[in-house]
Design a protein around this ligand. Structure first.
Ligand code: ZN
Length: 269
């Protein structure tokens, strides 16, 4: 059984960016593990920090269940402040998880994407990119080996973003679209905060959107469905997945320029 290890800066990133693909892999028999890096302690509207943490954690478990994620690892760093954490501290935690879970593939934001403005996303992406090679070194964090772990290399890095820079793979997630909607709509607390941010910006512009007011007061599913359908159908069209199909795109990195060379000189174990 292959393992996919998703490094999720925040609780909602899997559902918001790559949930269809994770659900598809889980349905195909992969063991999908989600490492949530921060505590999402401030991502809410009108709640206390304690209540925000409680709800966001509970809602992540509901979303993970919808996607077929088998395990959630909580790293608990304070949210929206990861730039205050040394990259090497994050990297050590990621190396540990890579050595422990031995994933065939890791998922996270593209460390080289141009359009990413969230510094937690950038920090996690950079630390994952470095953890990828540091996890192979037996002189990096040898303290991990005392509990039986070994140097380990991930085979594939699946990077997503807004947008992905130079995507190399599009996954048809049509059959898993509803699971992604269910997962993202489960993040009620974080989605309401997102909706509220747009409301405040619109107010400054001098406008209002009844659809956002309705979503804030009640069911988020119609808004989430509309947003995700527009996004995934545009991706499917860009990659010619077929009429009416829905897709998610990634920059999948394996051996880079050495890919062809290793295909020629290698054989199955
Ligand atoms: Zn995020």
């Amino acid at each position: 059984m292959k393992t996919a290890l998703m490094f999720s800066p925040h609780a909602d990133d899997a559902a918001a960016f790559c949930g269809g693909t994770l659900a598809k892999l889980a349905a195909e028999g992969w063991n999908v593990v989600l490492a949530r890096v921060t505590d999402d302690a401030r991502d809410s509207v009108g709640l206390t920090v304690e209540e925000t943490i409680r709800r966001n954690t509970e809602e992540l478990h509901a979303a993970a269940q919808a996607l077929g994620i088998g395990e959630i690892v909580e790293l608990g760093f304070p949210t929206d402040t990861l730039t205050d954490v040394a990259e090497t501290i994050l990297r050590e935690r990621f190396v540990y998880l890579i050595r422990k879970h031995r994933p065939y593939a890791v998922f996270t934001f593209d460390p080289f994407a141009q359009g990413e403005g969230n510094l937690d996303h950038i920090r996690v992406a950079q630390a994952v990119e470095e953890a990828f090679w540091v996890s192979c070194f037996d002189l990096h964090h040898p303290e991990h080996f005392t509990e039986g772990l070994e140097p380990f290399s991930v085979c594939e890095r699946w990077y997503f973003g807004r947008p992905v820079s130079n995507p190399t793979r599009a996954v048809d997630i049509t059959d898993y679209f509803q699971k992604r909607v269910e997962a993202l709509a489960a993040h009620k607390t974080m989605m309401r905060n997102t909706v509220n941010q747009f409301r405040l910006q619109l107010r400054t512009w001098g406008r209002r959107a009844p659809l956002l007011d309705e979503a804030l007061a009640g069911d988020l599913t119609p808004l989430v469905t509309g947003f995700l359908h527009a996004q995934t159908s545009a991706t499917a069209e860009a990659h010619s997945l077929g009429e009416g199909r829905l897709g998610e795109e990634f920059r999948v990195v394996r051996f880079g320029d050495m890919e062809e060379f290793f295909e020629q000189i290698s054989e199955p174990i």
